[in-house]
Design a protein around this ligand. Structure first.
Ligand code: RP5
Length: 170
């Protein structure tokens, strides 16, 4: 398959989750898991800004046309995938800095994703914060999806109940 004509099978996905390497998967899976809990269709792929730049370009430029609404991009070290993806699409991009094996201490991943130039925003979550990236993606989608908004309300009240219950165990 040519990297310039990459065809994704999951035409129903609303959120595209991409990561620089399979080594990011244990973290990035958490975004997919929470989105699935919330009933949001996702697609998951490995796309490297440095090792497969043409694939990144074709993914990012075709994402909106394929029906994606939000992209979550995770990478570590010199983490250029989220920012470069954001430069190629008008879809909102949520960046997940990963504390990867080539990361010095995590700050390199955080700052590479966070410190974007004016005009090209990436909504950056905490180091290894893929679960929050998934929740934020759902919240973005929920601005035009009442059923999802309802599910998010439930999700939040379950979190509240858990904390309230934990107070009783102290
Ligand atoms: C980044 O380099 C990837 O996103 C990953 O976090 C890190 C290490 O990649 P591998 O050497 O494990 O493939 O580009």
């Amino acid at each position: 398959m040519s990297p310039n004509s990459y065809i994704y099978p999951d035409m129903a996905a609303q959120v595209g989750i991409i990561m620089g390497s399979t080594s990011d998967l244990p973290i990035m899976q958490q975004a997919a898991d929470v989105l699935q809990e919330l009933g949001v269709e996702v697609e998951l792929d490995v796309i490297s800004a440095h090792r497969t730049p043409k694939l990144m370009m074709s993914y990012a430029t075709g994402a909106k046309e394929r029906g994606l609404k939000v992209i979550i991009a995770g990478a570590g070290g010199a983490a250029h995938l989220p920012g470069m993806t954001a430069s190629l699409t008008v879809l909102p991009v949520i960046g997940v800095p990963v504390k990867s094996r080539n990361s010095i201490d995590g700050w390199d991943s955080v700052l590479s994703i966070l410190q974007m130039p004016a005009g090209v925003p990436v909504a950056t979550v905490a180091l290894d914060g893929a679960r929050n990236a998934g929740i934020l993606a759902a919240q973005i989608l929920a601005t035009s999806d009442d059923a999802l908004s309802e599910r998010l309300e439930k999700f939040k009240s379950q979190m509240e109940s858990k904390v309230m219950d934990s107070r009783k165990t102290l």
